[in-house]
Design a binder for this molecule. Structure first.
Ligand code: SF4
Ligand code: F3S
Length: 107
């Protein structure tokens, strides 16, 4: 079991999540974070920390977010680890809750 970062993180990237992860299993891309599924210990601490409510347990993923399970696994293998919170993008609030953000994912 793992937790998964989903679409609403894209272009919001608040990074509050990384501060609480006891095993430092978040990985950072240009405008999105992912969780390494083999490293996540399923502690659930990160889920309530995300202001964008973008983190779900694998077994509670909404149907339209299920592809993010694979995407987290894939990108966690290539992106660098992140362990400290940083400032979000200046326009993060404007993007919070917008649909169709997957097309803006930068790799
Ligand atoms: Fe880290 Fe726990 Fe969140 Fe998994 S559930 S990413 S171990 S904080
Ligand atoms: Fe993304 Fe939420 Fe973390 S927006 S960076 S999953 S706090």
């Amino acid at each position: 079991m793992t937790f998964v970062v989903t679409e609403n993180c894209i272009k919001c990237k608040y990074t509050d999540c990384v501060e609480v992860c006891p095993v430092d299993c978040f990985y950072e891309g240009p405008n999105f974070l992912v969780i390494h599924p083999d490293e996540c210990i399923d502690c659930a601490l990160c889920e309530p920390e995300c202001p964008a409510e973008a983190i779900y347990s694998e077994d509670e993923l909404p149907d339209d977010q299920k592809s993010f399970l694979e995407l987290n696994a894939e990108l966690a293998e290539v992106w660098p680890n992140i362990t400290e919170k940083k400032d979000p993008p200046e326009d993060a609030e404007e993007w919070d809750g917008k649909s169709g953000k997957l097309e803006y994912l930068e790799r």
